[in-house]
Design a protein around this ligand. Structure first.
Ligand code: FES
Ligand SMILES: [Fe+2]
Length: 409
């Protein structure tokens, strides 16, 4: 349970909110999938931390990331022409390149136009392309270390990146990704597809948690003791400020769920899978052929209970969402909590230790930033490429800390 002030500090990111400022001054953020940005193609509007930007790929393949408003009189540059290595505003034809330089003011003649162009400041932001995503640095300070997570280090043919815009605050989105105990209930219809984890989650629905503090966040082990004397362990890595790698099948494939704040009540939920040994097994997380840019859209609204199928429930479905996929189950329950969870009214229990830990880390990061200190994860000591979730089965006497050191792999 949090106080109202703590919940505001934790969740709000727009304007001068400390959390939003902490995020923009310390962390690179995934802004969008890279694939929709085509050279000389349509610029794409991107909203982050309550502000509007435009991304485009120039003729030479470089990516530009600018404030959405044209510096002249504010026309949306999402409407601009994208040609000759620059955006040309359709209102008066001002031309702006990927570095934010105004390179042409065609409505003014001669030397004056050149001088005027040189004076105009356009807010532009360092952008990078990695792992199938466009990442942006929105801070005023020099960019910090780039979070080159494992999927940034394999060929793109071995990466599957998708995103969905969801109508709730980013912290709720993160909380769903670090909460292992819900699997045995919310995702019960899918457990048959998850042989080891599924069996363990059904047999023991009350995992105990153990933690290791890390220089980037924490590693949490959800331990499920089983009837045969073994212990199933599922390790989730939480990487500041919004990356979560859950334990998956434990082989060469891993995933990250990344919850990036669009504004106070909207989140870009990225889901990235990668396989170090070959193509990604795309599984059944979303319907086959789903649009990667709108990957697991909510199947309804509050008014129709998001399309829950009560008849399916009488036939054996646990959640009533089994026709959609595991991630739809996650997004529906989060949406049902509301745009920003009221954390002053919760009754937390032992299964919520990861949720509590995540909140504490984020609140501390905002407070550290306000005190002029670098928050956890922004100090340049993070072994990003090697951090990924894991699962395994321990025999009596084995310790997960010894057996499942994915970071060293
Ligand atoms: S508003 Fe963009 S050129 Fe005038
Ligand atoms: Fe889930």
């Amino acid at each position: 349970m949090l106080t109202k002030d703590e919940n505001d500090l934790l969740t709000l990111v727009e304007g001068d909110a400390p959390m939003g400022r902490m995020l923009r001054e310390n962390f690179w953020m995934p802004a969008m999938l890279a694939a929709p940005l085509e050279a000389d193609g349509a610029p794409i509007r991107v909203r982050l931390l309550g502000e509007d930007f435009v991304a485009f790929r120039a003729t030479d393949g470089r990516v530009g990331f600018l404030d959405e408003a044209c510096p002249h009189r504010g026309t949306s540059l999402a409407l601009a022409r994208n040609e000759d290595c620059a955006l040309r505003c359709i209102f008066h034809g001002w031309k702006i390149d990927v570095s934010g330089q105004v390179v042409e003011i065609p409505t003014e003649a001669g030397e004056a136009a050149v001088e005027r162009a040189a004076q105009v400041k356009v807010n532009h932001y360092p952008a990078r392309e990695a792992g199938g995503l466009i990442w942006v640095w929105l801070g005023k300070s020099a960019p910090g270390p780039f979070p080159d997570l494992g999927f940034c280090h394999v060929p793109l043919s071995q990466v599957s990146a998708a995103v969905t815009k969801v109508p709730y605050n980013w912290v709720g989105s993160i909380e769903a990704t670090v909460d292992s105990a819900h699997i045995g209930f919310l995702h019960r219809d899918w457990l048959k597809n998850l042989p080891t984890l599924g069996g363990a989650s059904m047999e023991n629905t009350a995992p105990t948690y153990e933690f290791e503090d890390r220089p980037y966040g924490y590693r949490a082990a959800a331990l499920r003791r089983l009837g045969d004397g073994t212990t199933h362990v599922r390790i989730n890595e939480f990487v500041m400020p919004f990356h979560s790698s859950p334990g998956g099948s434990g082989d060469t494939q891993s995933s990250y769920q990344i919850s990036v704040p669009v504004d106070n009540e909207t989140t870009n939920f990225f889901f990235v899978r990668w396989n170090t040994a070959g193509p990604v097994n795309t599984g059944n997380l979303a319907p086959a052929g789903a649009d990667l840019n709108n990957w697991v859209p909510l199947p309804g609204t509050r008014e129709n209970n998001w399309g829950q199928d009560r008849e399916a429930m009488t036939r054996g479905s646990f959640s009533g969402f089994d026709t959609f996929g595991i991630l739809t189950e996650d997004t529906v329950v989060q949406a049902s909590i509301g745009p920003i969870a009221d954390r002053t009214r919760e009754q937390l229990s032992a299964s919520d230790m990861c949720v509590v830990r995540t909140r504490r880390l984020l609140i501390k990061a905002a407070r550290d930033f306000m005190a002029g200190e670098r928050p956890l994860g922004a100090t340049g000591e993070v072994p990003y490429p090697h951090i990924r979730g894991a699962t395994g089965v321990l025999t009596p006497g084995q310790k997960w800390q010894d057996e499942l050191r994915m970071e060293a792999a």
